[in-house]
Design a binder for this molecule. Structure first.
Ligand code: C2E
Ligand code: MG
Ligand code: MG
Length: 586
């Protein structure tokens, strides 16, 4: 445009006072850059609609019009083809001057055709932008035909550039409205670049139940909350790129290094505290998603789609706590959703079932008690393993209600005819550490005991070694329940960090050796287990060996002094009625 203005001014006012060489140079420069500009706009359109793999022959064919016109411009110096510089009269158009507007029209038409035929590849906004700059270029070319030496037209060309900038390149287009994070468009653009060398690595996280939370807290508060989260992320990770896609979807990105687990832990910790949005405290929870180069996805569109699906699912479903989900593991996500659905259904409809597994006195091989194990069913009626639903129940808080249902069923059972017919002493009920966090746990248990006129001495509560930990709350609850008359068993002993001194703080009556410990001992008689059993017995605990699957295992564990045995060798866990009919003494 500078060349164009210079040419128009020189040709008009200073044509007589300027040298012919200068006039030639300035006009040639103007026409060459003018032709190149037309071609560049066309190339830009092709790039916009993602026309990439074009054969070189075709490419040169498209370029040829611009190149041929440029040659004609250069030849003007000798033959006056496109323009002439005459003595005295200065600049005049040559016989082939029309190639200048014709070349522009040619590229504008090509550009319009390419945009129109590939319009489904771009957004409506981008299409409008493309229509805008092509229209401006066309109008300019037509006017140029009638007003070859017009300085205003030179400036109108700028409009096309401005439209391109505002439509496609303006930084604001890549910034999320909710705050100073990049938006989905930016993420997509970034992926398009980084997918090729597969270096990208990102952690996504989603605000759970985002739409519900917007209703609960109000949209103004939630928007503020999102800005606060973005600020927090910028502050905490100044080197990473932060994206806010929409609907509570965030992505933290770094092309080089991203410590997913550290960031996950930071966020997990931060989201355990509320966000202060004006006068409202927002309690938000998140689910994590890993976006990594290992996903065998090769287009940014597909990646964004999969990511959105994963975000949607993770936000609604059973992804709790610190688990990070892989885009590749949608199956796993679906399975968790199925289990969560079944769990919610069972808890709500009080259809949690209780199975009993016998506990056998090792010396006499007679039944002394049973362990109550929770069971729920999927929509297909098949049993779901507690290993799958207990962790979900613990993270979602459903464990409280589920545990109470199991406890209630056991209360009913220990005061029933069936219980007296099998002539056993106790039923073990598993207690999750999450249940112990409820201050009213013992009150609720006492209430149920009273309701079913059940004796607490008939119920033993099992808590796992891992949950004992250092928690003062759990110790307090255990002592409170002990005072109510319940006995305690330590479950899965030996599976974690076994600490004998800590045990002494708890009023356990029994220690249950973990299945793995039993299995390993039966294989290779580790003397450490033997001394452990001896020490525990000296400390006054009775010992139960879990996971007894064969007679040999039963004999081995009996021989080292285990008081009780439990395992498939005696019986798998069975429904209460089956248990009663199997063990009822006439
Ligand atoms: P746990 O308390 O250690 O229960 C023993 C688990 O070992 C049961 O698995 C039982 O079916 C299994 N088992 C028993 N004998 C054998 C054997 O000989 N071989 C093998 N391979 N396995 C055997 P289940 O019923 O799947 O329960 C798994 C865990 O889920 C339980 O481990 C317990 O921690 C938890 N759980 C079950 N019901 C409840 C409940 O009502 N509340 C709570 N908080 N947790 C529960
Ligand atoms: Mg147990
Ligand atoms: Mg166990």
């Amino acid at each position: 445009m500078a060349a164009e203005c210079a040419a128009v001014i020189l040709n008009g006012r200073y044509s007589r006072s300027s040298s012919a060489e200068l006039l030639y140079a300035v006009n040639a420069l103007f026409y060459l850059s003018y032709l190149f500009k037309a071609y560049q706009f066309f190339a830009f359109s092709a790039h916009l609609v993602k026309v990439s793999s074009v054969k070189p022959v075709i490419k040169w064919l498209f370029r040829s019009v611009w190149i041929a016109s440029s040659v004609l411009v250069i030849f003007s110096f000798w033959w006056g083809t496109v323009f002439k510089i005459a003595e005295r009269h200065g600049y005049t158009a040559g016989p082939l001057w029309f190639v200048i507007p014709a070349c522009t029209v040619y590229y504008v038409v090509l550009s319009a055709v390419i945009v129109f035929t590939k319009r489904n590849r771009i957004s409506t906004g981008d299409l409008m932008g493309a229509v805008g700059y092509n229209a401006v270029l066309l109008v300019c070319a037509v006017f140029r035909f009638f007003m070859p030496q017009n300085i205003i037209l030179a400036l109108v060309g700028f409009l096309a550039v401005l439209i391109c900038y505002l439509s496609f390149e303006a930084p604001e287009r890549y910034i999320s409205e909710r705050g100073a994070a990049f938006n989905k468009r930016a993420f997509k653009a970034l992926l398009e670049e980084s997918l090729e060398n597969r270096t990208y690595r990102a952690l996504g996280f989603v605000l759970r139940d985002y739409n519900d939370e917007r209703v609960v807290y109000g949209s103004v508060q939630m928007d503020k909350g999102i800005s606060l989260i973005i600020d927090y992320l910028h502050h905490k990770y100044p080197k990473h790129l932060i994206f806010y896609l929409r609907n509570g979807y965030f992505v933290i990105y770094d092309p080089e290094a991203l410590n997913l687990y550290r960031i996950r832990d930071d966020l997990y910790e931060r989201f355990s505290r509320p966000w202060q949005a004006y006068d409202t405290e927002l309690f938000l929870s998140v689910a994590f998603i890993k976006v990594g180069a290992e996903s065998n996805i090769d287009s940014a569109d597909m990646l964004i789609n999969n990511l959105t699906v994963a975000f949607e699912k993770a936000g609604q479903m059973a992804l709790y706590g610190k688990d990070i989900y892989d885009l590749d593991s949608t199956k796993e996500i679906e399975e968790q959703a199925r289990v969560k659905g079944a769990l919610e259904y069972a808890v709500k409809n009080e259809s949690v079932e209780v199975y009993l597994q016998p506990i056998i006195e090792s010396k006499t091989e007679t039944l002394v008690g049973a362990e109550a194990l929770a069971r729920i069913r999927g929509e297909d009626g098949k049993l779901i393993s507690p290993a799958d639903f207990i962790p979900i129940a613990e993270r979602s808080g459903h464990i409280n209600s589920l545990g109470e249902q199991v406890f209630e069923t056991v209360c009913r059972f220990v005061n029933s005819n069936g219980f007296s017919r099998v002539k056993m002493e106790f039923v073990n009920v598993n207690l999750s550490p999450i249940q112990c966090m409820r201050a009213d746990l013992s009150d609720r248990f006492l209430e149920l005991l009273r309701q079913y006129k059940a004796l607490p001495s008939r119920i033993h509560l099992e808590i796992t070694e891992q949950s004992v930990g250092d928690s003062a709350m759990i110790l307090k609850q255990v002592n409170k329940l002990r005072e109510c008359g319940f006995q305690f068993a330590l479950d899965d002993y030996g599976s974690g960090y076994s600490n004998l001194t800590r045990l002494k703080n708890y009023p356990f009556k029994t220690v249950k050796l973990d299945m793995e410990v039993v299995r390993n001992y039966c294989k290779n008689r580790d003397p450490l287990v033997l001394s452990l059993v001896n020490i525990l017995k000296q400390m006054g605990y009775t010992i139960t060996a879990e996971g007894i699957e064969t007679k040999e295992m039963a004999d081995t564990m009996r021989s080292i002094g285990c008081d009780y045995l439990q395992g498939y060798y005696y019986s798998r866990p069975v429904p209460i009625e089956e248990f009663v009919s199997k063990y009822a003494k006439m």
